[in-house]
Write a protein that binds this ligand. Structure first.
Ligand SMILES: Cc1cc2nc3c(=O)[nH]c(=O)nc-3n(C[C@H](O)[C@H](O)[C@H](O)COP(=O)(O)OP(=O)(O)OC[C@H]3O[C@@H](n4cnc5c(N)ncnc54)[C@H](O)[C@@H]3O)c2cc1C
Length: 349
């Protein structure tokens, strides 16, 4: 395919959603990612679990679980405070859903996505060119109709498609609700409040050990061994009325932040990014808006359901039930083309 027939794509934010989108789109289009942080930026050092719905997509784009130090999860065992086994949950999901559930360190996960987005194509055995990542240049403004972003260094950049995975640029897509804040001690949805970036907020190790003072000793040994403690605010969003405007589309947490109670947030970011496969080779600039809207017809209802189920699970269910009660719906997803086909068949019936 000639270089002229490729779309120019800007991706805002090099988080999990942005980098997966960069890997999906680089094969057929020119991709530039703008990131406000430096090359070492990583959203936290803790573990992240990717369920079969996300892993199927990752495997289709060359995700190397060994490089990422990922290990499959075959079961979850829960204990009570005294250390007695509560429940054993079977999580050997590959026979049911076609892929394992993988656990890995978040920073290693992001490094692997960065490799897939930026490694020379010949080394990955794919076509197209690597995505260009521009660090230390935040997006401070967006014109979604024209596809123009304004950057913190004062320059502007224009594209046929703008994929947005950051909170700041969301304002350009309309009047959108504030996140809901979940009170951690009760897991009840309290209010909306203004927030600060908290991926890297420091926690107090002594306070954490004290809070878990009446738990059984093996857990306390693990807590006391921690050398670095971070805290997060639990927030989620009401489903948004739209994710697209003009030639811009929201993906990832900015479109549908949810709490970690079902462990589906990053999975949804990966699924969103995969939906950009609809921007097929040869897509014309004038067709972009309709294609983004088409992707949204699949992504928004699916995620609204997952958001609602995640909220339900806050105070109602134990850990085992939270992760297993929606397995069929969550992990049975097989990508945008499959979902569109199912949608069309349903419409015909
Ligand atoms: C404690 C915790 C545990 C979790 N565990 C799981 C789990 O096990 N499984 C799961 O599926 N999900 C999990 N999640 C949810 C998951 O982490 C998120 O859904 C996911 O990180 C969202 O990715 P994102 O790319 O949308 O956002 P991010 O990963 O936050 O990326 C956003 C990026 O945009 C950049 N940026 C911000 N503003 C600008 C700007 N103005 N200009 C340019 N760049 C900018 C940021 O620096 C960052 O790199 C967990 C969340 C938390 C808090």
């Amino acid at each position: 395919m000639s270089d002229e027939s490729k779309l120019q794509v800007i991706i805002v934010g090099s988080g999990l959603a942005g980098l997966t989108a960069a890997r999906i789109l680089r094969e057929n289009h020119h991709v530039t990612v703008y990131e406000r942080g430096d090359a070492a930026i990583a959203t936290g050092g803790q573990g992240i679990i990717i369920a079969p719905n996300g892993v199927k997509i990752l495997e289709s784009i060359g995700y190397n679980r060994d490089r990422a130090g990922a290990v499959p999860i075959y079961g979850i065992r829960t204990y009570d405070k005294e250390g007695n086994v509560n429940k054993d949950v079977d999580m050997d999901l590959k026979p049911r859903f076609g892929a394992d559930c993988l656990a890995q360190k978040r920073s290693d996960f992001r490094d692997e996505l960065m490799r897939l987005a930026t490694t020379p194509s010949a080394d990955l055995g794919i076509k197209g060119n690597p995505a260009e990542i521009v660090f230390n240049n935040a997006v401070v403004g967006l014109d979604p109709e024209e596809g123009v972003v304004t950057l913190s260094d004062g320059s502007t950049a224009a594209a046929d498609v703008v994929i947005v995975s950051i909170e700041d640029a969301k304002k350009a897509l309309g009047d959108l609700p504030l996140p809901h804040w979940w009170e951690p001690s009760t897991c009840q949805n309290q209010s909306t409040k203004s927030t600060t970036e908290s991926w890297h907020a420091d926690g107090d190790r002594a306070k954490m050990v004290e809070d878990f003072g009446d738990f059984h000793e093996p857990l306390k040994i693990i807590l006391r061994a921690a050398t670095e403690v971070k805290v997060w605010e639990l927030q989620d969003l009401e489903p948004l009325l739209t994710w697209t405007q003009g030639r811009a589309m929201l993906i990832g947490d900015v479109a549908h932040a949810m709490t970690l109670m079902q462990g589906q947030g990053a999975n949804m970011s990966i699924e969103d990014a995969e939906s950009l496969r609809l921007l097929a080779p040869g897509t014309r600039r004038e067709d972009v808006q309709d294609i983004l809207k088409l992707a949204e017809t699949v992504r928004r209802p699916r995620i609204a359901q997952i958001q609602a189920e995640t909220r339900k699970s806050h105070s109602t269910f134990g850990v085992a039930e939270r992760v297993t009660r929606n397995l069929e719906f969550n992990c049975g997803y097989n990508g945008i083309h499959d979902a569109l086909k199912a949608q069309q068949e349903k419409a015909k019936a």
